[in-house]
Design a protein around this ligand. Sequence first.
Ligand SMILES: Nc1nc2c(ncn2[C@@H]2O[C@H](COP(=O)(O)OP(=O)(O)OP(=O)(O)O)[C@@H](O)[C@H]2O)c(=O)[nH]1
Ligand SMILES: [Zn+2]
Length: 216
Amino acid sequence: MTCLSKEALLVRSVLEERGLETPMIGTGLSSAEKKDRIESHFTEILKLLELDLTDDSLAETPHRIAKMYVNEIFSGLDYSSFPKITLIDNKMQVDEMVKVSDITLTSTCEHHFVTIDGKATIAYIPRSKVIGLSKINRIVQFFSRRPQVQERLTQQILVALQTLLDSQDVAVSITATHYCVKARGVMDATSETTTTSLGGIFKSRPETRAEFLHCR
Ligand SMILES: Nc1nc2c(ncn2[C@@H]2O[C@H](COP(=O)(O)OP(=O)(O)OP(=O)(O)O)[C@@H](O)[C@H]2O)c(=O)[nH]1
Ligand SMILES: [Zn+2]
């Protein structure tokens, strides 16, 4: 069994406590076992669609999907993929907002298992700790690599950062295109969805909230 980092364990326990963890059941299966089983089920799905799996283009598709689910697009279901977090003491006494804009976000809609394609903007006010910038992008990436609803994704990122920074003063905004809205169903090619989660001073102080929401 992989040993989880103390940051991964802490974030998971706070999300569970707050009822924000992705609903999961434990199977006890290894990654290799999961991939084997997913491959075999996808073989059945493709056959039910009457696709010929002896065709050289399709033959490896169940295997590719299994690998993609476990190693890539759903790897954030496993806390052993939680990023290594670098925090440094705020010796430089930064007390103004640090904001990272337009973070690439690619996730998967849990209702239809198609892509959510968006961008995240994240800000925090440093207190005792400053976080390595790329770690913010990596946390976005980790929680995006799950079947998601955008509202939960936004909250998970907020609470993970609040926990790691030991401060409530964090803000997260996500704007995304849902391919379940764009490429099927209602077929709306232009609408975007914005979700925002604000903590601490971002919620309580209108000027800070406005600076986050309106200034680039
Ligand atoms: N709140 C929220 N809803 C989402 C998200 N992703 C997809 N949905 C919605 O989930 C709903 C599922 O509704 P259903 O009526 O069960 O599914 P459906 O028959 O495929 O519905 P249509 O998409 O309207 O064709 C749809 O309205 C989706 O647009 C998300 O991130 N947040
Ligand atoms: Zn959907």
